[in-house]
Design a protein around this ligand. Structure first.
Ligand code: FAD
Length: 465
């Protein structure tokens, strides 16, 4: 039997999967395999919310494979060792996979490809996760981009969406899999995930449903509704994209077929995802260090675990910030506008290092993604590429008045404020007696004074820029 392994990683889908399609075209038999190796992703091994998603997404993939006569081989250990064992056990001649673009994964995969080839096993990798390989787009001087708009102009001009590859109808498989997804222990021991089941459907079918809902109900108004956190105005495709349950090219193709407004605006957001991957690929140190080294001189406030804890728990006393942090805790997701506000509050008002926030998001987001998370935090902190200028500090009160005018979002996530009228809900501290009755805290920090301190800190950086 001419057999190949298909090594699933961040491509947990059967349709539009180039590694799977190529393997099926060239081999009679396929062995689908997933190797759980979080130590190989350190220090960014999947956090709690990501592991929850992974558990359900692997189960979904396994079910879809079984419906086609196959099943997922689940392994736990070192990737290379497990792949080698399986190659020997099945007599496979080749290993196929789709690329992951994070620094630790790139280093590992380069080694694995070489090690397999050294023993005569063919190793082939494909792009299933990006509209464009990070190395294919370069500035006029052949360097990486650091500014989004020219990057996007370049990528947009060359983007030619193509139709997705169909899911295989049958997947001939060499040997019976013993699936042990439960044994990986991905679900939390203390079950904090109750709200997740109601909010999400991990897996390829869930990704498809999210895309269809978005195309049917939200794409037309996307350009304006995407900033309003009380509306279901965005796609909520981020965890599906992160785990590769759907490809961005597939989405771009559907957008091209659709006749409606909002398309360019939505495509541009996928462009931000591409840009984030471009940045992480070319500046791999940026997951831990300031992309703009001038900020190495920034006087962050000393570590303040108690303050950070209040931020994490949604008890800062700033309603929109608390609403966002509670939405995150309850559902594993937070609206993009609110992500910017809570990140600005932590890095500018509390002057805590952006990594403190990036690590909390890493553990609590179902869409935690090294490229997007790093870029989101560095952009908001002002330390990144194309960053918001440091002196532009979000005012969470005016932002709340503007993007949550009737307070619907705050009311949903901070129910103790639900009786407060729309005018006061964004700044409830103006009526301390009511606030006390609600059991909601006074603001933990003076917004104007802390803004001033953040700006003063910026002086230390300005002359290095
Ligand atoms: P939509 O508006 O429907 O956008 C469609 C897709 O485009 C998203 O699914 C996402 O893949 C991509 N996208 C949208 N906005 C951005 C953006 N600003 N940067 C990069 N890609 C984007 N996104 C993650 O996927 N994972 C993260 O870990 C993450 N961390 C973030 C941290 C901070 C501090 C900030 C400010 C943003 C972060 N984002 C992250 C980006 C953004 O908030 C989410 O992608 C978006 O809210 C997901 O919701 P959606 O799928 O409904 O987005």
């Amino acid at each position: 039997m001419n057999t190949a392994l298909v090594w699933f990683r961040r491509d947990l889908r059967l349709a539009d999967n180039p590694a799977l399609s190529a393997a099926l075209a060239a081999h009679e038999c396929i062995v689908p395999v997933y190797v759980h190796a979080p130590h190989e992703e350190a220090p960014w091994s999947p956090g709690g919310a990501s592991r929850w998603w992974l558990h359900h997404s692997l189960n979904s993939l396994d079910r879809d494979l079984r419906a086609r006569g196959s099943a997922l081989h689940v392994q736990d250990g070192d990737s290379l060792a497990k792949l080698r064992d399986l190659v020997v056990a099945t007599g496979a001649r080749a290993v196929y996979w789709n690329r992951v673009y994070e620094p630790a994964a790139i280093a590992r995969d380069v080694d694995i490809k070489q090690a397999l080839r050294d023993v005569g096993i063919d190793a082939k990798s494909f792009n299933a996760a990006l509209l464009c390989e990070p190395w294919e787009i370069a500035t006029a001087s052949n360097g990486p981009y650091r500014v989004f708009t020219p990057y996007w102009r370049n990528l947009r001009a060359r983007l030619q969406p193509h139709p997705p590859l169909p899911a295989p109808k049958r997947i001939p498989t060499a040997s019976a899999a013993t699936s042990t997804i439960d044994a990986l222990g991905l679900l939390p021991r203390i079950r904090w995930d109750a709200g997740f089941d109601a909010a999400w459907q991990p897996g390829e079918a869930g990704a498809e449903a999210a895309l269809q809902r978005f195309l049917d109900e939200a794409i037309g108004d996307y350009a304006s509704a995407r900033d309003v956190p009380s509306l279901a105005g965005t796609s909520r495709l981020s965890p599906h994209l992160h785990f590769g349950e759907i490809a961005p090219m597939r989405i771009a193709w559907e957008l091209e077929q659709a006749r409606c407004g909002g398309k360019e605006s939505f495509l541009r957001e996928l462009g931000w995802r591409e840009f984030s991957h471009h940045l992480l690929f070319h500046f791999p140190h940026s997951a831990e260090r300031n992309l703009n080294p001038a900020f190495d001189a920034y006087p962050w406030a000393p570590a303040a675990p108690r303050q950070v804890r209040r931020w994490q728990r949604g008890r800062t006393g700033i309603p929109i910030v608390d609403a966002g942090m509670r939405e995150l805790w309850a559902t594993g997701w937070m609206h993009n506008r609110v992500r910017m506000l809570v990140a600005s509050f932590l890095t500018k008002n509390l002057r805590q290092h952006w990594l403190v926030g990036a690590r909390w998001f890493w553990d609590t987001l179902v869409d935690a993604d090294l490229a997007n998370n790093t870029q989101g935090w560095q952009w908001t902190a002002g330390t990144g590429a194309d960053a918001a200028p440091y002196f532009r500090i979000f005012n969470p009160v005016t932002q709340s008045e503007r993007f949550d005018p009737d307070g619907a979002y705050v009311r949903r996530w901070v129910p103790e404020l639900s009786a407060i009228d729309a005018r006061s809900i964004h700044r409830p501290w103006t009526d301390p007696a009511t606030l006390r009755r609600c059991g909601y805290p006074m603001p933990m920090i003076d917004l104007a004074a802390s803004r001033g301190a953040a700006l003063a800190g910026y002086d230390a950086v300005r002359h290095k820029n």
